[in-house]
Each structure stands twice: as C-alpha cells, then as structure tokens.
Write a protein that binds this ligand. Structure first.
Ligand SMILES: Cc1cc2nc3c(=O)[nH]c(=O)nc-3n(C[C@H](O)[C@H](O)[C@H](O)COP(=O)(O)O)c2cc1C
Length: 153
C-alpha cells in the first residue's frame, strides 16, 4: 500500500490523493491478528505523506472483528480524517462536532436517497435502502429511489 501511495503521489500531488482503509472488515475472509495495531502502524507511516484525506471504515460488515480504529487513526494521522459505516445524520453531526473525525461518508443512505443532503438539511425522513438490490446490475435500486420532491407529487 505504501509503495502504491508513493507511486501515485509521484504522478499527482499527494494532496490530490486520498486513501480508504477497512481495517476491521472481514468481508472476503480478510482478517488480521491485531487490526487496531495495524491501523496505528499504517497511520504513523501515512501521516507524513500529505494525503488529502484518510477514510476509515469503522466496523466489520460481518461483525467478527471489533475495536476502536478511529481513535488510533486520529492520534496517528495528522491529515483530514473521514469515517463511515452505519452513521445516521445525527450521529455523524455529533462525531464531527466532537472532533473525532473531520467528515462522515454515507454509502447506503446516499444510494437510497439521491437528495440526501437536502433531506438532512430539512430534517426529512430517509428512504430505507433495499438490500435485495445491492450489488445487482441494472437501474433498480440505483437510480429509482424517489427524491422528496418526487414523493410529494
Ligand atoms: C451496492 C454497494 C456497493 C459497494 N461497493 C463497494 C466497493 O466496491 N468497495 C468498497 O470498499 N466498499 C463498497 N461498498 C461499501 C460502502 O462503501 C460502505 O463502506 C458501506 O455501505 C458502509 O457504509 P454505510 O453504512 O454508509 O452504507 C459498497 C456498498 C454497497 C451497498
């Protein structure tokens, strides 16, 4: 990973390069004996490289690996820190306000809500993501969730 970051940063300025890591995620049989220590070591190595951001997935899809990876990432990585996985808008706002992270990314709720920022701003209800359409081909579940405006029509 560090070699790839170095190679990419040779082509673009490193402040145009971001990295996403999923240190706890055991999806596809990915496991580590000590994911928290791995996160700390990696963040120490990444910190001087001037990346535009580090994005850390905070949990495991399969619930097998546990631990706080955001705290160690915050302490070891000096640049902008983004987190994701299972945040509601309220929890996201609290996380940013507390300074644990600089930003939260939304995946499934953005998939199900094409107007997610407007909905959050208006404190409007969110469409529920339909897991049966995840990872499928075609438009269903990707481009057919209603916006607030469409739902009101
Ligand atoms: C349809 C779909 C496709 C995804 N594809 C990828 C992918 O290619 N690479 C990846 O790292 N994560 C992928 N993810 C995981 C998301 O990036 C994100 O980590 C996950 O949905 C948890 O965040 P959330 O709770 O905000 O949805 C995918 C998720 C969904 C629902």
């Amino acid at each position: 990973m560090l070699e790839v970051i170095a190679a990419v940063s040779d082509v673009w300025d490193s402040d145009r390069v971001g990295l996403r890591i999923s240190p706890l995620n055991s999806y596809n049989a990915m496991q580590d004996s000590d994911p928290v220590a791995l996160t700390t070591a990696l963040c120490n190595a990444l910190s001087p490289r001037g990346l535009s951001y580090l994005h850390v997935m905070r949990a495991d899809f399969l619930g097998k690996q546990h631990g706080d990876v955001l705290g160690p990432a915050r302490r070891a990585f000096a640049g902008p820190l983004v987190a994701n996985m299972g945040y509601s808008p309220d929890e996201a706002a609290r996380a940013v306000e507390s300074g644990v992270v600089d930003a939260i990314a939304f995946g499934t709720s953005f998939l199900a809500n094409p107007d997610l920022p407007a909905r959050i701003k208006a404190n409007a209800p969110l469409n529920t993501p339909d897991q049966s359409t995840f990872y499928m081909g075609g438009a269903k579940g990707y481009t057919d969730y209603p916006t607030l405006a469409a739902a009101a029509r």
